[in-house]
Design a protein around this ligand. Structure first.
Ligand SMILES: *Cc1c(COP(=O)(O)O)cnc(C)c1O
Length: 358
């Protein structure tokens, strides 16, 4: 099979760099720290982190220590934060690889202290009830320097639960709890916002924002954002074009019946390529700038598109399934999910190609 027969995932590193620049502007001078957990949201941690480092990013976040160990060899001289923090038995691995834990509980603080850990950030839960110390625990900690022996609280962070809904009063509530808790550690830096929080305004930026999905081309508000460029493009070739007569059906379950004579392109992409089956009835692809609806069920390797009236529809022509013309936010909405999950699944089988400077 030649490359032309495959679904391919193109990752535009220049668009990635442009998104970093846009997020820096939107954060009004706060540091933008890339979040590259889960293999940089499925786009490939090595090329992604290397380019972001070249663009001047000096702090990176991952979730797991294993991810951090991989990243350590990619971004020299940068600070690497581990969101899982310091679970039992992990401290020495963190220290050996010069990783910074985000300490999430009093137990983690003790473990880091016993190990003589040094610099760390504290996560304080301000209402999401995911990870982090209760504000009361943070206050108790700040009041007993003994418990912070060998722990340098370099920064304090929290995470917003409702930042994708700017009008939600929970945002302001979490922000004020955060400000109070951060004041307990006056020498520490502060970080509250992820991508969506950046667009809540300068009040939410503090010293550092932690940006994931916006770097990778997802709009934070369930729609494409004008400041964010598409980074990942999934395209696939047409294998066959057929004419379907009125009353005939297409695909598994005979789920679609042609209301009229249609030209139908069978494309070499399906849910094994991250083009999720749940998009049936709403998903589309783009050919020659035209949106072509998915017809019937999306199968594992193949999907039918309505290309009636598209002159460019012939075997070998490529249809864009995710990208500039088919924004990941809309693709996600069509499949009843979020851009994060779409991005993570795109690389499952598709061949990845990187374009732009590395
Ligand atoms: C994943 C994550 C982020 C990045 O969120 P985006 O919405 O992708 O920008 C930031 N902070 C924490 C704690 C996270 O878990």
């Amino acid at each position: 099979m030649s490359d032309a027969d495959h679904a391919s995932l193109t990752i535009d590193l220049d668009a990635l760099a442009a998104n970093l620049a846009a997020l820096r502007v939107a954060s009004g001078g706060a540091e933008v720290a890339p979040v590259v957990k889960a293999d940089a949201y499925g786009l490939g941690i090595a090329p992604v982190a290397r380019r972001l480092r070249a663009e001047g990013a000096r702090s990176f976040y991952v979730a797991r220590v294993e991810e951090a160990l991989v990243l350590r060899d990619i971004v020299h001289g940068a600070q690497i934060f581990v969101l899982d923090g310091c679970p039992d038995g992990v401290a020495q691995r963190l220290i050996d690889a010069d990783l910074t834990p985000v300490l999430n509980s009093l137990d983690q603080v003790s473990a880091w202290s016993r190990a003589g850990g040094g610099p760390a950030w504290l996560q304080i839960d301000t209402g999401m009830n995911r990870l982090g110390l209760e504000p009361e625990e943070a206050a108790a900690l700040a009041a007993s320097p003994d418990r912070l022996r060998h722990v340098e609280v370099e920064g304090v962070m929290s995470h917003l639960a409702c930042a994708t809904r700017p009008a939600d009063p929970m945002n302001a509530r979490q922000r004020s709890v955060f400000i109070e808790a951060a004041a307990l550690f006056p020498n520490a830096r502060a970080s509250l916002a992820a991508t969506a929080g950046v667009f809540l305004g300068a009040d939410y930026a503090f010293d550092q924002v932690r940006a994931g999905v916006g770097l990778f081309g997802g709009g934070p508000f369930e729609a494409p954002h004008p400041a964010i460029a598409a980074v990942a493009t999934l395209s696939a070739p047409i294998l066959q074009v057929r004419t379907v007569r009125p009353g005939e059906t297409i695909g598994y379950g005979a789920a679609f019946t042609a209301p009229a004579t249609l030209r139908v392109a069978i494309v070499a992409a399906g849910y094994a390529d991250g083009f999720l089956r749940a998009g049936e009835g709403r998903a589309y692809g783009v050919l020659d700038g035209r949106r072509c609806a998915v017809l019937g069920r999306i199968s594992m390797d193949l999907t039918a598109f309505d290309v009636t009236g598209c002159d460019g529809a012939r075997p070998g022509a490529r249809i864009e399934l995710v990208g500039r013309e088919a924004p990941v936010d809309e693709v996600a909405k069509a499949a009843g999910t979020i851009p994060y999950e779409i991005l993570l699944r795109l690389g499952a089988r598709a061949r990845r190609t990187y374009v732009g400077g590395s």
